[in-house]
Design a protein around this ligand. Sequence first.
Ligand SMILES: NC(=O)c1ccc[n+]([C@@H]2O[C@H](COP(=O)([O-])OP(=O)(O)OC[C@H]3O[C@@H](n4cnc5c(N)ncnc54)[C@H](O)[C@@H]3O)[C@@H](O)[C@H]2O)c1
Ligand SMILES: [Zn+2]
Length: 360
Amino acid sequence: MQTVRVNLGPRSYDIALTSTDPAGFAAFARRAAPKAKLALVVTDANVISHASTVASGLQSVGIHSQTAVVPAGEASKSVARLEALYDALAELPADRGTLVVAVGGGVVGDLGGFAAATYNRGLPLLMVPTTLLAMVDSSVGGKTGVNHPKGKNLIGSFHQPAGVWIDTAYLASLPDREFRSGLAEVVKYGVIQDPEFFEYLEANAAAILARRPDTLVHIVARSCRLKADVVEQDEREETGLRAILNYGHTFAHGYETVGGYGAWLHGEAVAAGMVGESRLAERLGRIPVAVTDRQVRLLTAFGLPIAGKPEWATEALIDVMRRDKKSQAGKLRFVLPTRLGHVELVDGVSEDLVREVLRT
Ligand SMILES: NC(=O)c1ccc[n+]([C@@H]2O[C@H](COP(=O)([O-])OP(=O)(O)OC[C@H]3O[C@@H](n4cnc5c(N)ncnc54)[C@H](O)[C@@H]3O)[C@@H](O)[C@H]2O)c1
Ligand SMILES: [Zn+2]
């Protein structure tokens, strides 16, 4: 078992990673929540079997649990589902020591996490991510929340978990497209923070796609460490550092909105978004073309898109970017590479330059 420690003072916690020791979960849960006697396991319909393994593990260390199953998909990140979780917690009945255990992808993590953040002014939370995206991104960093009809993640809070248990064996049942989509965020960490990790991904692309257990544990552990490094320095998105995690995401937001949520998975939009933003950096003279080319090759090897669909209108994409929370007073703002492994926040990028990139 490997451990990644997230250092946040009194809110510090461990991310435990394994591919071979499923039984280690029970002891990990006990350590993370020494006093818990009761738990609510939150899961979705596609991962019930993983949730029941988790529930047995909890039982073996004296934590009795109920399971709340939500339908799979983004629509479950709703106030209505949240309310149902509050009902389930009230019925248990939950007290301050009751554990919420989120077993699933980012949807279950964000929803269950927000229930834990708010019920009884905060319950301990254990994350058991089952998608690659959740393992490398959403379960690290403490952001929780649900959607509002007016916007994604509009209702939310920061709530750090008591622990994160990652068993990469859970990925065996993950559909190929979801798996590849999660790889986009993994590539992102290489570009923004770690050139050696990027090289590792290039050299091991085949093993990664074959989901070799040791390789998966390595890339997930490294991704968690890199995200934790950022979160430790900017826990609540106040210093601006956390913004580097948005590399590729301004373009991605355009693709997701114009394509309609659901046309592309998030990671697919991020893959094409990174290439677009890297081309912007090229045109601004910040990087040589080779830096983009390497991303294009790696993302292509992972079966990810490297450009938006031709039918997505340039002006519509620009319009979304203009409204992006990172933009200010009509000028576009991007996180751009200065070399492989380093990015900077760049203000005042002209719309014409973005247009040019979108049209090539
Ligand atoms: N909190 C954060 O910091 C943060 C960061 C990034 C994304 N997110 C959120 O995460 C969500 C997306 O997460 P996601 O990509 O994990 O999507 P998801 O939770 O919808 O899971 C994707 C699909 O895979 C299925 N699934 C999950 N694990 C499986 C497994 N092991 N085997 C088979 N099927 C499995 C799910 O049922 C679902 O159908 C979005 O709502 C996004 O806003 C949050
Ligand atoms: Zn993302």
